[in-house]
Design a protein around this ligand. Structure first.
Ligand SMILES: NC(=O)c1ccc[n+]([C@@H]2O[C@H](COP(=O)([O-])OP(=O)(O)OC[C@H]3O[C@@H](n4cnc5c(N)ncnc54)[C@H](O)[C@@H]3O)[C@@H](O)[C@H]2O)c1
Ligand SMILES: O=c1ccn([C@@H]2O[C@H](COP(=O)(O)OP(=O)(O)O[C@H]3O[C@H](CO)[C@@H](O)[C@H](O)[C@H]3O)[C@@H](O)[C@H]2O)c(=O)[nH]1
Length: 436
């Protein structure tokens, strides 16, 4: 099939590349000319493990190409995916304007029956709005499909190629057949395509993210209880995760969830409920706990040091999670801003997000260093915010030598508390018993 993917960000680029890999001819379109130029030059505008070589191979084999031109992208399209951003507006509503703008452009260039697939995360009822936008500009036949994406950054290719399930909202048999053919290479009997109505598909995406965010905030609350009660959250986590009704994934406490999805999608669900006169109290609590959790490290530092003014803090990890350069709503931003507001100095390192971080912190008193141990130099404490693998087994002797004081705040519970304490450090973890 000929596939057009509109929006060449984290979702669009992965989607387009994986469909090309399965043998289709894919054109990825973006309005951002610099992005398209990078891609045409063989570069990748984002950091996503494994993506670069996959893009390169499919470009070389002429299944994947990039453009800024709608007429060129839509020329022979059988299917057009919309994978543009749906950022939160002022009141938490998802901003649908990019999706509708993309739909109109697609519509203007339809030449025959086309399946228009919304892959962006959108409020329930958006498929109707997309259809309306298309109808305003074209008389060609089309079907609108809702196909929300569930990939995680840092594991995007694997998630796309081996999904737990594919959710497809459809209202026509013809579109259903096209979607079944497209996803056939990626699904198996136990991980099927779940066909459903459009509204249910749209809501499934939000419900999944809201549920996962709820688990994380729940565990962060349990972690707080553990600290006060002298229990260990890692043991509690293992204890409850072993119950098959609960399961192990997404039960890790830490410095809060960030990224371009959980925070905005939790707000969007609350906003959808509000428009219906409903109050999604549970998600309000999820958000409140998360905001508190993002301040956890700085509060702990305050408790330990009293005043933070004039002190130096090393920070390991800036991206909102490992294996990505994405810093959208990264807890590290809240942590660093809290330290700066208290008059502290910050030396920070991230294996891949330094360039993105520079755009956020330039001129704000943060020293970005390109090596982890350089962040610890002269530091009164080291804060681990993102659990990159290279931070998991630190050279404690070297750290002790470099730091002004041997104090570690482990925002992701990746260090062995007993081991670092035995090496002479004061150690704080999330929901781990205080130093005795
Ligand atoms: N990032 C994720 O892990 C993830 C996972 C699942 C779903 N989603 C959802 O997918 C959607 C896209 O997210 P993302 O992270 O890939 O966004 P992104 O910001 O990385 O990429 C969006 C791209 O769309 C382009 N764009 C905007 N308007 C356009 C238009 N009219 N025509 C062509 N291009 C246009 C932008 O220039 C940008 O390159 C969002 O709704 C998001 O909630 C994201
Ligand atoms: O046990 C956990 C798991 C995650 N996190 C945090 O939660 C955030 C999100 O992590 P993750 O879900 O791994 O990354 P995303 O790329 O944001 O993926 C989420 O958001 C995407 C966009 O909607 C969805 O497609 C994915 O299914 C969903 O997992 C990060 O800050 C993590 O540090 C925790 O604090 N504890």
């Amino acid at each position: 099939m000929n596939i057009t993917v509109v929006g060449t960000g984290y979702v669009g680029l992965v989607t387009g590349t994986c469909f090309a890999e399965s043998g289709h001819r894919v054109t990825c379109l973006d309005l951002d000319a610099a992005k398209i130029e990078t891609l045409r030059g063989g570069g990748i505008p984002i950091y996503e493990p494994g993506l670069e070589e996959l893009v390169r191979r499919n470009v070389k084999e002429r299944r994947l190409s990039f453009t800024t031109s709608y007429p060129e992208a839509m020329k022979d399209a059988d299917v057009a995916f919309i994978a543009v951003g749906t950022p939160p507006g002022e009141n938490g509503d998802a901003d649908l304007s990019y999706v509708l703008a993309a739909a109109r452009e697609i519509g203007r260039h339809l030449t025959r029956y086309t399946v228009v697939v919304d892959k962006s995360t959108v409020p329930v009822g958006s498929a109707d709005k997309v259809a309306e936008a298309l109808r305003e500009v074209t008389t060609q036949p089309f079907d609108v499909v809702s196909n929300p994406e569930f990939l995680k950054e840092g594991a995007a290719i694997d998630d796309f190629m081996r999904p737990d399930r594919v959710v497809v909202g459809v209202a026509s048999e013809r579109a259903r057949a096209v979607m079944a053919e497209l996803y056939a290479p990626f699904v198996r009997a136990e991980q099927p395509v779940l066909f459903m109505d459009l509204r249910s598909a749209e809501l499934t995406k939000y419900a999944a993210n809201a549920m996962l965010a709820t688990r994380i905030s729940f565990m962060n609350e349990i972690a707080t209880l553990c600290e006060k009660l002298g229990a260990d959250v890692d043991q509690v986590r293992r204890g409850i995760g072993s119950d098959r009704r609960i399961g192990h994934p997404f039960l890790f406490p830490g410095v809060g969830f960030g990224g371009s999805c959980f925070p905005k999608d939790v707000r969007a669900v609350m906003s959808m409920a509000r428009h219906l006169g409903l109050d999604f109290d549970l998600l309000r609590a999820v958000e409140r706990v998360n905001e508190r959790q993002k301040r956890w490290l700085v509060e702990k530092a305050h408790k330990h040091f009293g005043t933070l003014a004039g002190r130096t803090f090393g920070v390991w990890g800036l991206a909102f999670k490992p294996r990505t350069d994405d810093m959208r709503e990264a807890p590290a931003i809240t942590v660093i801003e809290g330290l700066l507001a208290a008059g502290a100095r910050v030396r920070a390192h991230d294996p891949v997000a330094a360039q993105v971080a520079d755009g956020i912190f330039r001129g704000r008193g943060v020293t970005l260093v390109d090596e982890p141990y350089a962040a610890a130099e002269g530091a009164d404490a080291l804060l681990l915010v993102t659990e990159w693998n290279e931070f998991r087994q630190p050279d404690l002797a070297r750290l002790k030598q470099l730091m002004a004081q041997p104090v570690l705040f482990d925002g992701r519970n990746v260090w062995d508390a007993a081991k670092v304490r035995a090496a002479g450090f004061t150690y704080y973890g999330v929901g781990r018993a205080a130093e005795s």
